[in-house]
Design a protein around this ligand. Structure first.
Ligand SMILES: NC(=O)c1ccc[n+]([C@@H]2O[C@H](COP(=O)([O-])OP(=O)(O)OC[C@H]3O[C@@H](n4cnc5c(N)ncnc54)[C@H](OP(=O)(O)O)[C@@H]3O)[C@@H](O)[C@H]2O)c1
Length: 331
């Protein structure tokens, strides 16, 4: 039996979750792929931190060590920031590796270039974990909705914002109190700007737009608003009317025009997102044949995100899916 050799870039919440899942689901992976999956290397930044990694795994702070390994099939990226991640992944593709990423900011900016480079080098790109954590939304779009014409996609794409809005309503807390609670629970970063100002949802929406419609709106034309203007009073008033605030990304196509908004929206009981609470994410897609489908599930966390990555691992190895509907970026 041959072996599939994997390198994991980053060993934080996501990287460690992937490492542990490859160990815990080794039998299933071998059964599906006909080969053993082996983590051959892990890239980290800080050598002083203790890591729960087997001794035969190359643990390094130098990406060149990984590139120079004699055998390497897949590079899984779970680092933060756009750089140097993008250059790492370009080099991995040029070396002939499939790549899988969880990094939405990097992928929203450079995904198209990576996909084109991968096509030239005959390798695949997995990016399920960039949108809605454990919910298999990308695979659903690219494998199961090929003939349907997608008309509209809506999503609760940021678990932190949804948690804060839920806490403000259910726990009668102020925005500041709910944010502190999110930070105490590890649902929000020390600097929560990306989440509460809607940037994280914006990046995910742009990735969804490409996969659903083959293109993106001009980024400057997208209305992006976070949840910082939502007060307890507004939430209470809405509740009296049977409505709830949800932070929703909406992307739709009318004629040749793609329109996207990312902002707080009031929804009633009939809306599929009315009962989506806490750190949950949801994506609802409206297509011409099937009508409306809603997927809901954990939008982040160690194992939900590892789930998306491990399923991508199978996808890139099998490499038998139709090419995604991706065309030019219009930033
Ligand atoms: N957390 C989630 O639930 C989740 C869900 C979906 C997607 N994502 C995305 O997944 C990525 C990773 O998130 P995370 O939560 O796992 O982050 P994290 O816990 O902060 O871990 C980041 C890891 O990357 C390493 N790292 C950072 N910069 C590096 C560099 N220049 N070279 C080498 N290693 C570097 C860090 O090394 P040290 O350990 O040495 O500091 C750390 O191990 C992010 O892009 C995030 O947006 C996260």
């Amino acid at each position: 039996m041959t072996v599939i050799k994997v390198a994991i870039l980053g060993f934080g919440t996501v990287g460690e979750g992937v490492y542990r899942t490859i160990q815990s689901h080794a039998e299933e992976l071998t059964a599906v792929l006909g080969k053993k999956v082996e983590v051959a290397a892990v890239l980290i930044k800080n050598k002083q931190k203790e890591r729960n990694v087997s001794e035969d795994v190359l643990l390094t702070t130098d990406f060149e060590d990984i590139l120079n390994m004699p055998e390497l099939d897949i590079v899984i990226e779970a680092i933060v920031d756009k750089d140097p991640t993008f250059s790492f992944l370009k080099k991995a593709i040029e070396r002939g590796c499939h790549i899988i990423t969880a990094n939405k900011e990097m992928f929203a900016h450079h995904g198209q270039e990576l996909l084109e480079l991968a096509e030239k080098n005959n390798v695949s790109v997995g990016f399920e974990a960039t949108v809605a954590g454990g919910i298999p939304v990308i695979q659903t779009f690219r494998q199961l909705l090929n003939i349907n014409r997608i008309q509209q996609v809506q999503g609760i794409l940021n678990g932190t914002s949804n948690f804060i809005l839920t806490e403000m309503r259910e726990g009668k807390q102020s925005f500041a109190e709910a944010l502190s609670l999110a930070q105490e629970n590890g649902f929000a970063e020390a600097d929560p700007t990306n989440d509460i100002e809607g940037y994280d949802a914006f990046y995910k929406a742009m990735i969804l737009s490409r996969i659903a419609f083959g293109e993106e709106p001009n980024w400057h034309d997208v209305e992006r608003e976070g949840i910082t203007a939502i007060t307890s009073e507004l939430i209470e008033k809405a509740e009296e009317l049977g409505l709830r605030y949800k932070h929703i990304a909406q992307i739709s196509k009318s004629g040749n025009q793609i329109k996207a908004t990312i902002k707080p929206v009031l929804v009633g009981k009939e809306h599929p997102f009315y009962h989506v609470e806490g750190v949950q994410n949801a994506v609802s897609v409206h297509s011409d044949i099937v009508g409306e489908i809603t997927l809901q599930g954990p939008g982040a966390g160690m194992f939900p995100t590892a789930s998306a990555i491990i399923e991508d691992l199978v996808y890139v190895c099998k490499n038998n899916a139709p090419a995604p509907r991706l065309t030019a970026l219009t930033t």
